[in-house]
Design a protein. Structure first.
Ligand code: ZN
Ligand code: ZN
Ligand code: ZN
Ligand code: ZN
Length: 512
């Protein structure tokens, strides 16, 4: 198979279109080249009638093993991280060097700046042009699009090296779901495409194609997060994007800098399909399916969703989002009763709440949730927000079952507020309250579960509860070793806290 591996400078005075044409691979050739490269990793792309492309294991992978690593085809930092992290490697650094020409991107070293220069060169000019003509800088999604277009051109011109897992043809194999995209959104994308054309120089830009690319971004781009799952930016990872969604995934995606790393959450046997979760898993089947339909345009038929209508799922859903029984002495959840009598039925005492009563309760619940999300999005972590969120917690406790995710998120918000107020004891109390809910919601080896145990362990340790600290940090270590791997500074930080706590306990035991 023909591969383009040498780097040449672009042809000086030849017709750009005809010189680049010979380096465009057909989709089939790009697919074949990708398949060959994946085979060396023990992976293969396969086609299923129901889901389209799937990624399949050609060998066994054990829990915690890295299955796939990929650098983004293109990536961009969020506005919040720009100036605090290196644009090239996403590393956080105190003294970053700014590009003196556009003053819009920062690098941790001249090595990173040199590495990006070929890609940044055209972007730099474009940013300056926008600044000069509009007194503005491009948004992150606009910048991502510009980078995609510049990179494709540079690869076609052989200025930037292309490889089997890093080329525009495999980006073009990703679905756009243009036919499913709403008219409203298409209009927005077309406007953005016009702006891109204006920035990049209209002559080289096909508006229709860029609109299509924005559709492709919407259902394929990944949010790049740090170890604690805080968002840093966006990236396009065309091979990772082949992995389909499941609400009971067998792999997990995390990032090292901006590099995507997919690890096995369980033993994966040869021939199995790899799956990832695209969404928050701590919600009911109906909520998960709605989220997936709205952003990714498919109805999930994973094993967890397929319990729908079997009773197992309604019980699971009522535990996750369930309301309390109207019988005050009863600890049951209400589950929807789609049989002969309409309404909500208590799974323990059998009390029936009729349809009118049920819709009244649900309307009240909806209003409380609206207030909750308003508070959460206001982001004010001060005492006023704390009082309001505590009020909300009391209101929620009257309506929802203690196991409900709504209460869990409120406890989580209160935990964050107390942390920012440095009220460590209350933070610890709220953190302890979230643990049983986290354990019920997330799979045994989920990064959010591991991170919550890590937070609990640090709070217990800080407040002098050594035994509890060791217990929580040990659980965190066991989970994060699988989801994050045990090499990075983040994991080493956890280990050193755990060792300190263990040493302190040993010392206490020696003297008492
Ligand atoms: Zn860097
Ligand atoms: Zn620049
Ligand atoms: Zn599902
Ligand atoms: Zn009951």
């Amino acid at each position: 198979m023909a591969r383009i591996e040498s780097i040449h400078s672009p042809p000086q005075c030849s017709d750009a279109a005809s010189s680049s044409a010979s380096f465009i691979q057909s989709p089939a050739a790009a697919q074949g080249e990708l398949q060959e490269s994946l085979a060396s990793l023990g992976l293969a792309v396969s086609i299923s009638e129901e889901k389209g492309r799937c990624l399949i294991a050609l060998r066994d992978f054990c829990r915690g093993q890295v299955i796939l690593e990929q650098d983004p085809y293109v990536s961009v930092l969020d506005k919040e991280s720009r100036g605090a992290r290196c644009d090239s490697c996403f590393v956080q650094a105190k003294s970053l060097k700014r590009c003196s020409a556009c003053k819009h991107v920062w690098y941790c070293s001249s090595t990173c700046q040199k590495k990006e220069w070929k890609l940044h060169q055209d972007e730099c000019k474009a940013i300056n042009e926008v600044k000069r003509r509009k007194d503005q800088t491009p948004t992150s999604s606009m910048q991502l699009m510009l980078r995609l277009m510049f990179k494709r051109k540079l690869q076609l011109d052989k200025v930037v090296i292309r490889s089997a897992m890093d080329n525009h043809e495999i980006v073009e194999l990703l679905p756009t779901h243009m036919a499913d995209t709403s008219e409203e959104r298409l209009v927005l994308y077309a406007q953005m495409a016009n702006l891109v054309a204006w920035i990049a120089g209209a002559a080289t830009v096909d508006i229709k194609e860029v609109t299509q690319l924005f559709c492709r971004f919407a259902c394929n781009a990944h949010t790049i997060c740090d170890e604690e799952l805080r968002p840093l930016g966006m990236g396009l990872f065309p091979v990772v994007s082949i992995i389909n969604h499941s609400c009971e995934p067998n792999t997990v995606l995390l990032f090292e800098g901006k590099r995507a790393v997919v690890r096995a959450l369980e033993q994966i046997n040869v021939g199995s399909e790899l799956t990832l979760s695209y969404i928050e898993l701590g919600t009911s089947t109906e909520s998960r399916r709605k989220a997936l339909r709205e952003q990714y345009y498919f109805t999930c038929n994973c094993p967890r969703c397929n319990h729908l209508g079997t009773g197992v799922v309604s019980l699971e859903d009522s535990i996750l989002e369930g309301l309390l029984c109207k019988n005050k002495a009863c600890k049951g959840h209400l589950i929807s009763n789609k049989g002969s009598q309409k309404g909500l039925l208590c799974q323990l005492c059998g009390a029936l709440v009729n349809e009118n009563e049920a819709s009244k309760i649900l309307a009240e619940a909806k209003e409380v949730l609206r207030q909750a999300s308003e508070l959460a999005s206001s982001g004010n972590h001060h005492s006023a927000a704390r009082i309001k969120t505590e009020e909300l917690k009391h209101l929620q406790e009257k309506l929802w079952h203690p196991s409900s995710v709504h209460l869990m998120w409120t406890h989580d918000n209160l935990l964050k507020i107390c942390m920012s107020e440095q009220d460590w004891q209350s933070a610890l109390d709220y953190c302890r309250l979230t643990i049983p809910a986290y354990e019920r919601i997330y799979p045994q080896f989920h990064p959010l579960l591991g991170l919550q145990f890590f937070a609990l362990g640090k709070l217990e340790w800080y407040l002098g509860n050594t035994v509890e600290a060791i217990k929580a940090l040990t659980t965190a270590r066991d989970i994060l070793a699988v989801t994050h791997g045990s090499h990075g500074n983040f994991f080493q930080g956890l280990l050193s806290t755990l060792h300190d706590a263990q040493a302190s306990l040993a010392q206490k035991r020696m003297f008492h």
